[in-house]
Write a protein that binds this ligand. Structure first.
Ligand code: COA
Length: 149
């Protein structure tokens, strides 16, 4: 893992939640991020900018051979610099190391930036969840990546 990525700690939660509120219309709370820190099946990484401030994060669950990308975001000022891809790759590599071979995630249909990232990693559309999201209501695409066992 690169020096600019590391496991999240309790001291990162306020900065993570601030990015989350800026980025998502239906954000996870600080309490939800804090709870993730204690979940043994969760992988929670933060990415740091050049000044060592938290600029992005990834939360991935991993149970047996299945993994779900639960959250991924990069602060608007730090985007298009490879951080989102590095966070995703590192969290997936950690999940793979724990045995994950199939990866799932949900993404807003209109979220072309995230969809391009996931498609570049081999994710493909599995199904659609009608009006899954709120604020605004929108379909979710369920994407899956199946790797060799
Ligand atoms: C999706 C997100 C995490 C990408 O973070 P990022 O650090 O900007 O991404 P990267 O710089 O690592 O880009 C990796 C790839 O993603 C794709 N991508 C990223 N932003 C894109 C954009 N605005 N338009 C099209 N493709 C984009 C490209 O394929 C890119 O590869 P390239 O730079 O070689 O073209 C970021 O846009 C974000 O936080 N969005 C809001 C939150 C979100 O949508 N999270 C995912 C919810 S499912």
């Amino acid at each position: 893992m690169s020096a600019a990525l590391r496991q999240a700690a309790a001291a990162d939660v306020a900065a993570v939640a601030a990015i989350e509120r800026e980025v998502f219309s239906d954000p996870w709370s600080e309490a939800e991020f804090t709870a993730v820190l204690d979940l043994p099946h969760a992988i929670f990484l933060v990415g740091l900018d050049g000044l060592a401030y938290v600029a992005g994060y990834a939360v991935v669950s991993c149970v047996l051979d299945e993994s779900e990308i639960l959250n991924l975001a990069v602060s608007p000022g730090s985007r298009r610099n490879g951080l989102g891809a590095r966070l995703l790759d590192a969290a997936m590599a950690t999940a793979r190391g724990r045995g994950a071979r199939t990866f799932f995630l949900e993404v807003r249909e209109s979220n072309l930036a995230a969809r391009a990232l996931y498609e570049s990693r081999g994710f493909a559309e599995l199904s659609r969840r009608q009006r899954y999201y709120r604020n605004p209501a929108e379909d979710a695409l369920l994407l899956r990546l199946e790797e060799e066992r």
